[in-house]
Design a protein around this ligand. Structure first.
Ligand code: RIB
Ligand code: CA
Length: 313
């Protein structure tokens, strides 16, 4: 089976970084066509910087990194330095990137790749707010039918929200974009907090990363050491939730996850529940299913895969 062609849309973020490293360590499973950066955890200049830092950490300065949208479609940007630190990649001390940015806008790259490759060839892996994807869909509606799959980290149902009581950060930052994506008709797989809050970097798992003794392994251990503060304080978690790497792991080993094909709609009008993923887990609405919404994960299997692949870098 040839490697799946993917575009990673991202707002690095320590967990984005781990997701990108996992993808770059798995060439037999995924061919990374490029990274498209979006404003989210930190402003765009930092997400583009961080994306290149991660590519160089993986020994892949050849990866095309594009700058995308620097603000949501219809709201002010909300960032998450309180979780990810001032740089968005606090924890390890990593060198400034030397690789250049790719020329052109991320949205045009997404459109171009989807029009270049045969329909059903390119998978979009989104790790941040959905602004770039929704802007591409608005600019080129024909691409919706050409998308193989959108595998996205975002939302929550049983877990509620992590930025408001009802909304998860990626969806909350740009609910209008999320609404466009969930209505676009492409096959969607959702990795919500219901799953990612079960993928916790316990001390033993962090020790396994550090025990690799490689620059990538040590950097991931330092990133998750930093990144866990927010969730430990708020939820009493036993470690950092690896939200975004669940997206990459799904592409490599989908049977690590379980979920349901259900209807998911996005709250875009009430400020009280803005950005909520209204997941019809019990199929009570009669609305047509539009997404596979994950609920379970084999966490040990996930960390075994992640650690084994990081060891390759
Ligand atoms: O809510 C978690 C998500 O928001 C993750 O993608 C994290 O990187 C932030 O973007
Ligand atoms: Ca992210």
């Amino acid at each position: 089976m040839p490697a799946r062609k993917i575009i990673i849309d991202t707002d690095p973020g320590q967990d984005d970084a781990v997701a990108i490293l996992l993808a770059l360590a798995s060439p037999e499973d995924v061919e990374v066509l490029g990274l498209t950066c979006v404003a989210g955890n930190v402003p765009l200049p930092l997400t583009t910087r961080n994306a290149r830092i991660v590519c160089e950490l993986a020994g892949r300065p050849d990866i095309a990194v594009y700058a995308g949208c620097d603000r949501p479609m219809g709201r002010d940007l909300v960032t998450a330095e309180h979780v990810h630190g001032k740089t968005g990649l606090d924890g390890p001390t990593l060198p400034d990137p030397t690789m250049p940015m790719a020329k052109g806008h991320a949205v045009d790259f997404i459109i171009d790749q989807l029009r270049t490759f045969a329909p059903g060839t390119v998978t979009l892996c989104t790790l941040g707010p959905l602004t770039n994807i929704a802007t591409a869909l608005r600019k080129a509606p024909d691409i919706a039918a050409r998308i193989a799959k959108i595998v996205l980290m975002g939302g929550g149902y049983f877990e509620g929200g992590n930025i408001t009581p009802s909304a998860e950060f990626n969806i909350y930052v740009d609910p209008q974009a999320a609404d466009i994506v969930f209505r676009c008709g492409a096959p969607i797989v959702v990795m919500p907090l219901d799953v990612t809050h079960k993928a916790l970097v316990t001390q033993a798992r962090n020790d396994a990363f550090r025990g690799l003794g490689t620059p990538a392994g040590i950097a991931v251990a330092q990133m998750t050491d930093f990144f866990e503060r927010f969730d430990k304080e708020k939820y009493g978690s036993t470690g950092a939730p690896l939200h975004d790497p669940c997206v990459t792991a799904y592409l490599i080993q989908p049977d690590l996850f379980t979920g349901r094909h259900i209807n998911v709609e996005i709250e875009t009008s009430s400020e009280l529940t803005m950005g909520m993923t209204v997941a019809d887990w019990w199929s009570v609405t009669g609305r047509p299913p539009n997404a596979t919404f994950m609920g379970g994960i084999d966490a040990d299997g996930f960390f075994d895969l992640l650690t084994e692949r990081l060891a390759r870098l």
